[in-house]
Design a protein around this ligand. Structure first.
Ligand code: UTP
Length: 301
């Protein structure tokens, strides 16, 4: 399958970051969950880097009143940079400059957390006339290793329409997920989507392919978002708009990502990600590994 250089199908990525983050209360009373650091880097920088690596040039962050810090994070900080330069702290300087240098960041505001679909809809005024498709990345979903957006782009270049990302989950563990109803294509890792079932019992699941937080959506999604009504919890669901497009014959495919994933949206998943990333760093890895081994050993019956 071809990469971003030959099948680039989007220039704009949307990151919805206007949710309430209730699973992270009380911390999210004051700190947006998207800024909680995985070791030292906020999850939103990790997904911004993923979008930039996949060829995105603009990032529209959908945020809410009170969560402006999420966008501020991507602004340059000249005073801090001067301070670090004067002290010769080059490594820190690189880290501080990394986020703002990734891509051009813009803001869209979601006044009320009315769901993921509603959040994405708020980014429509930011689109350029030539944005025929947009990528949407959920900042609390780390899809590893990165690179799935490039593959999704290649699938749109081949089939048109919209492309989502799926993980192959054991049937017994499928219940917490949105599950795709699919048929095969010639490529084992690319399936045509006919529908989606939210949180099915294992026996009712139409497949073992569960949705992940990466979407490559045709611009038609914005029109579909205007034509759906609020679903579960009174929220406007992005998947309802995708389902509407499917009923109208719009091609939707999934790329099955054979890799790992971290859910940063809850403390348990976030801790796993932090430990996983920290174990890979020369600075913290060896001592963390030794400490964990001892700590877990102490817990043995
Ligand atoms: P989540 O459901 O994981 O985030 O949405 P949440 O609603 O903030 O978290 P909880 O359930 O209350 O703990 C996935 C992504 O979509 C954004 C969130 O900020 C998160 O990045 N989102 C969700 C919005 O931007 N607006 C919404 O109305 C809902």
């Amino acid at each position: 399958m071809t990469g971003a250089a030959t099948s680039q199908t989007f220039r704009t990525a949307i990151v919805p970051a206007a949710g309430l983050g209730t699973r992270f209360l009380p911390a999210t009373k004051a700190v947006p969950k998207e800024l909680l650091p995985v070791v030292d880097t906020p999850g939103i920088e990790l997904v911004a880097a993923e979008a930039a690596a996949a060829g995105a040039e603009r990032l529209v962050i959908v945020t809410s009143p009170g969560k402006e810090a999420v966008v501020k994070y991507f602004e340059t900080q000249p005073e801090l940079e001067e301070n670090l330069t004067a002290k010769g702290k080059d490594e820190l300087l690189d880290k501080v400059r990394r986020g703002p240098a990734l891509l051009a960041v813009e803001t869209a505001i979601q006044e009320q957390a009315l769901g993921l679909g509603h959040a994405v809809a708020q980014a429509e005024p930011n689109l350029k006339p030539d944005d025929e498709a947009v990528a949407v990345l959920l900042p609390d979903d780390l899809v590893l290793p990165t690179g799935v957006l490039e593959r999704m782009s290649a699938v749109r270049a081949e089939f048109g329409g919209s492309v989502l990302c799926a993980f192959d989950i054991p049937k017994a563990e499928i219940s917490p997920y949105g599950v795709f109803d699919v048929t095969d294509t010639d490529d084992e890792d690319v399936k045509r989507v006919h529908g989606m079932v939210e949180k099915p019992k294992p026996e009712d699941a139409p497949s073992t392919y569960a949705a992940a937080g990466r979407y490559l959506l045709d611009r038609a999604i914005f029109d579909a978002l205007k034509r759906i009504t609020p679903g579960s919890g009174g929220e406007l669901q992005l998947t309802d708009a995708v389902a509407l497009l499917i009923t109208e014959g719009h091609p939707v495919h999934v790329v099955v990502h054979r890799g790992g994933r971290h859910d940063l949206g809850n403390p348990g998943g976030f801790l796993r990600a932090a430990v996983d990333f920290a174990l890979e760093t020369p600075e913290y890895g060896p001592s963390l590994r030794a400490w964990l081994t001892e700590r877990i050993g102490t817990d043995r019956p």
